[in-house]
Design a protein around this ligand. Structure first.
Ligand code: SF4
Ligand code: SF4
Length: 181
């Protein structure tokens, strides 16, 4: 396996870790997307997908070329997607279902969390360690092979620890069915 393939594999592993972190936190759906859809009568909206981040943030680097190549094999080229009721400049934003890239997103799209999300991590879970720009640069360096192994291990352990912490605190909150018993 070439160095580029190895780095891409590691990048995709880091993407899965961050997906699991955000899915466990579930802030974007619970506190942003679902309430907005209730408020606006289920009208599509772009949330933070306000730019063509895949185009403006990805680096001019062979590792990013490989990421893009696999992304386009799996999900099509940006130009393959046109939406009648488009709400975002990003072609990968399906107005009715959100981002269609299940994997192979750009670093900024994997790592971004807005200010109110960061505040919720702090206030609801006591997590002060999530720095989206730090995660964004770490992902870039993982992909280009510039993040040393020791820092990758530290980064991935940190994401796992934050995910477990949120999962534990969610379990300690009685769910409606439990509270009703
Ligand atoms: S990062 Fe912030 S703006 Fe974007 S979907 Fe999540 S809560 Fe909404
Ligand atoms: S690639 Fe996905 S997450 Fe990134 S801006 Fe487009 S729709 Fe949003």
């Amino acid at each position: 396996m070439s160095a580029i393939e190895k780095n891409l594999q590691r990048y995709l592993e880091a993407e899965i870790l961050l997906q699991s972190f955000f899915a466990t936190f579930n802030y974007c759906w619970e506190k942003c997307v679902a309430p907005e859809l209730i408020k606006n009568g289920s009208k599509p909206f772009a949330a933070c997908c306000q730019e063509r981040y895949h185009s403006i943030c990805d680096l001019d680097h062979p590792a990013f070329d490989r990421l893009r190549e696999e992304r386009e094999q799996l999900f099509g080229k940006p130009a393959d997607h046109t939406w009648e009721n488009s709400v975002s400049p990003c072609e990968y934003h399906n107005p009715n279902r959100g981002c269609l890239l299940a994997t192979h997103k750009s670093p900024i799209c994997i790592s971004f969390l807005c200010r109110k999300g960061i505040d919720a991590l702090r206030e609801e879970h006591g997590i002060y360690a999530y720095d989206y720009l730090g995660a964004y640069y770490a992902l870039e360096w993982i992909l280009t092979g510039d993040l040393p192994d020791s820092q990758y291990l530290e980064f991935s352990a940190g994401i796992r620890e934050m995910t477990e912490r949120i999962a534990r605190s969610r379990k300690s909150i009685p769910q409606p069915s439990q509270a009703d018993n």
